[in-house]
Design a protein around this ligand. Sequence first.
Ligand code: ATP
Length: 346
Amino acid sequence: MTAETLLTSNAAINPSNTITVSGVTYIYPGTRALDNVSFDIPRASVTALVGPNGAGKTTLLRCIAGLDRPLSGEIRVAGIDVMEEPRLAHERMGYLSDFFGLYDELTVRQSLTHAASGNGVSEAKLATTVTQTAVRLDLADRLEQRCAALSRGLRQRVAIGQAIAHAPNVLLLDEPASGLDPEARHSLAGLFTRLKNEGMTLIVSSHILAELDEYSTHMLVLRGGQVIEHRPLTLSGDHAHAATPGGEQPIRTRLARPLPNPRGLHDLLATLPGTRIVECSATDALLAVQGAADEHAAVLRALIGAGMPVASFHEEHENLHQSYLRSVQLAVQRSEQTASTNTTLQ
Ligand code: ATP
């Protein structure tokens, strides 16, 4: 069995490789950390779990990992009820906590063996699993070193190796890149993309949005223990950007100078089929265009055919950072509106 097939075998046999969270509420004394949280995460995806400090990200990951028991609600991982069958669920998931511990006296090989064996990898496959995991995390030359002698970044890699050694269906990572050097962060991003492509479902919590941008397919924003946004991000090149609803692509176009009729650009765009105007000034428009390159070319042809002095025409990419800030701003506006409505009603 090759390294790749061994690591993908669990993911391949379970078609329902998803995470389902329904109505989960978690309360610490005096703090409602999660408030009726519900969402579904599709198989073979990477969800960026983002939100301000204290939003409830760690609590949510701990609940999905079965380490904390919510007051109410249900959580299923790869079809298994985490609260009913925690042991079985643990075999299907890997979890890296934001503050993890390693056994300092164990070598890297012993640490990976211990984790893989504890998560159900058979005796016969242990040695190969450990070697392959070490290769994946660039730890092959450190296998005989004791954890106590490792730098912070290397310890982080061992901890990630422990979380993925048993080829889980679902991988939960709380701030996985903290302490890693830029090269290690980049190779970690590549690893997450490969794991996703092999069928694994990942949730990654991080405050470093530029990094999540490299590999995330979905964004889940938590604030005050509530989900304020959960949506797919489309991937273009190496970067994620927000897709508009209905499979439309955001296109930005600019004219070199205003037309004699300031509404001329708007009036022409309004006549184009499959094109929705998101915003438009005398010289600048953001459009949502149905379809792909051929449809985009048709819009450009129409603009030039009508004599518009088109200076630029391109897909508008919104990165995760912009997307996140917009979600949080909208949530703040919504709660301010609710507060002022309540005040008016009183
Ligand atoms: P950060 O980005 O700062 O890591 P987070 O989004 O992971 O934050 P959590 O750690 O899940 O947030 O905390 C959610 C809320 O629960 C916060 O208000 C926090 O103060 C509170 N909280 C977390 N752990 C405990 C605890 N052990 N006892 C009491 N309250 C807690």
